[in-house]
Design a protein around this ligand. Structure first.
Ligand code: BES
Ligand code: MN
Ligand code: ZN
Length: 484
């Protein structure tokens, strides 16, 4: 879908030819003399457009207007929540109309956040998954023009929002694809395709390379499946070589059956989403490709399947990680931390200014925070503030969780340096404590996106989170600054 930003001129709305003209009405609406204002004032006065966010009024071929539908959309106070309510309600109609061209008019200049939420909501609502359906009919919307009173003031924000949306869409699409259509090799292919953009380089490591690196923990998970593993390294070079990069590490388990510690059958299909962390890293690179900012970023993706087989890792096995630490694998379903710990050790070579890992790591995090906020863990106050701020500005929210040393008690074992699981209590935290052992050489945060990366139930589907959050972290809120 193509977004375009242009100047809003009230008198133009009536002569604009398009299938649908969405007009966003706020509580502070003041009628002018133009045809549109008069129409809105009447709708409000008659009570046909109530002052509650999400109320919509569809007017078919209003006299004097060229649009087939003029849809008044109530966004009340214009808060992110109001904007989402209004636009999602409107998009249900737009979908039914099978509109191709749409104009969305802001009568008053939106805030940066208002514009971003609008673009994100529109893109989100128009995404249709078709890859493995015989009916390939996707969304009909081809072009969306966003009209604001002062286009120039919002140019940069608009570009950011559109790039974010393209990244989010890439993450969503690859997350939604089933495990037999989204193998580690496929993900490596997506990364390689990104290398066609300027400033992006990609390396893909296979089994032999990973053996050479001594990634014993990653290898231990991968060996239960015939599907070959991939370790993907993406580079975005927008600043001087001497500029330390931020490293993003994505968990790329393309299917998590639990391994020998096998999961129950119910909802196991959702474990195709266990590569959403990896998908978010790919999504961020897609956005960077478009925005070409002057920063350095490295993306690392450790990707394999977690399956039971005669070759699979067994409970009680001890494996040696790339860091040299030995790990007793008490539960083969705690595989994410095993693939991540080796990627975190690999990250050291970039002398990064910060490392963020992104993983659908624990069911416990779903219990703790649900689907609203991603959990993050860090002992760095700067990184913490930066993540919270990036969450707010992108409206891709997160929340800090603890890392007290006492939480690591349960990871002690007599048979290795560390066990890969502790008891049931505080499962999201003990997982983070495990990862922390591998991050001593740099500032680090772990994002647990198990609750936020996809929706279950009737609306099952990937969300593309936390692409928006990561992008804002990199572009605005990196505590070390863009060229520190
Ligand atoms: N990929 C899962 C985490 C997960 C489970 C995410 C359900 C979203 C929904 C992860 O690999 C896992 O299986 N974690 C275990 C850890 C346990 C064995 C300590 C879990 O959360 O049950
Ligand atoms: Mn698991
Ligand atoms: Zn997993």
């Amino acid at each position: 879908m193509n977004f375009e930003l242009k100047n809003f001129v009230p008198s133009n709305v009536s002569i604009e030819k398009c299938d649908v003209s969405l007009v966003l009405v706020t509580n502070t609406f003041q009628a002018g003399k133009d045809a549109l204002s008069v129409l809105i004032a009447k709708a409000i006065k008659s009570g046909d457009l109530k002052a509650k966010a999400g109320q919509i009024l569809d007017i078919y071929r209003p006299l004097g207007f060229c649009a087939t539908h003029v849809v008044l959309v109530q966004v009340a106070d214009g808060t992110p929540a109001d904007m989402r309510k209004g636009l999602s309600a409107a998009m249900v109609l737009v979908k039914a109309f099978k509109a191709r061209q749409m104009t969305v008019s802001f009568l008053q200049q939106p805030t940066a956040q208002g514009l971003r939420v609008a673009i994100t909501t529109l893109a989100d609502a128009s995404y249709v998954y078709t890859t493995t359906k015989s009916d390939q009919e996707g969304h009909s919307l081809e072009a969306v023009a966003i009209a604001v009173p002062d286009e120039q003031a919002l140019g940069a924000i608009f570009a950011r929002a559109v790039a974010a949306v393209n990244g989010i869409e890439l993450a969503k699409e690859w997350s939604n694809r089933p495990a037999n259509y989204a193998t580690p090799t496929h993900l490596a292919g997506v990364a390689k395709a990104l290398a066609k953009f300027s400033r992006i380089k990609v390396e893909v490591l296979g089994h032999k390379d990973v053996v050479k690196l001594g990634m014993g923990a990653f290898l231990a998970v991968a060996k239960g499946s015939d599907e070959p593993l991939r370790f993907i390294v993406l580079h975005y070079h927008g600043a001087a070589k001497s500029d330390a990069p931020v490293v993003l590490v994505g968990k790329g388990i393309t299917f998590d059956s639990g391994g020998i510690s096998i999961k129950p059958a119910a909802e196991m299909d959702e474990m195709k989403y266990d590569m959403c962390g990896a998908a978010s890293v790919l999504g961020v690179f897609r956005a960077l490709a478009e925005l070409q900012p002057d920063i350095n970023v490295v993306g690392l993706i450790a990707s394999c399947e977690n399956l039971p087989s005669n070759c699979a890792l067994k409970p009680g096995d001890v494996v040696t990680s790339m860091s040299g630490q030995t790990i007793e694998v008490l539960n083969t379903d705690a595989e994410g931390r095993l693939v991540l710990c080796d990627a975190l050790t690999y990250a050291e070579r970039f002398k990064p200014k910060a490392v963020l890992d992104i993983a659908t790591l624990t069911g416990a995090c779903v219990v703790a925070l649900g689907g609203v906020r991603s959990g993050f863990f860090t002992d760095d106050a700067g990184v913490s503030a930066a993540l919270l701020a990036a969450g707010e500005s992108s409206q891709d929210l997160c929340w800090q969780m603890p890392l007290d040393e006492d939480y690591a008690e349960g990871l002690k074992t007599s048979f290795a340096d560390v066990a890969n699981v502790a008891g049931r209590a505080g499962g999201a935290v003990t997982a983070a404590k495990f990862l922390q052992r591998f991050t001593g050489k740099y500032r680090w945060a772990h994002l647990d996106i198990a609750g936020t990366a996809w929706k279950s139930g009737a609306a099952k589907g990937a969300t593309g989170r936390p692409v928006g959050l990561l992008l804002d972290y990199l572009l605005d809120h990196d505590p070390a600054g863009p060229s520190a």
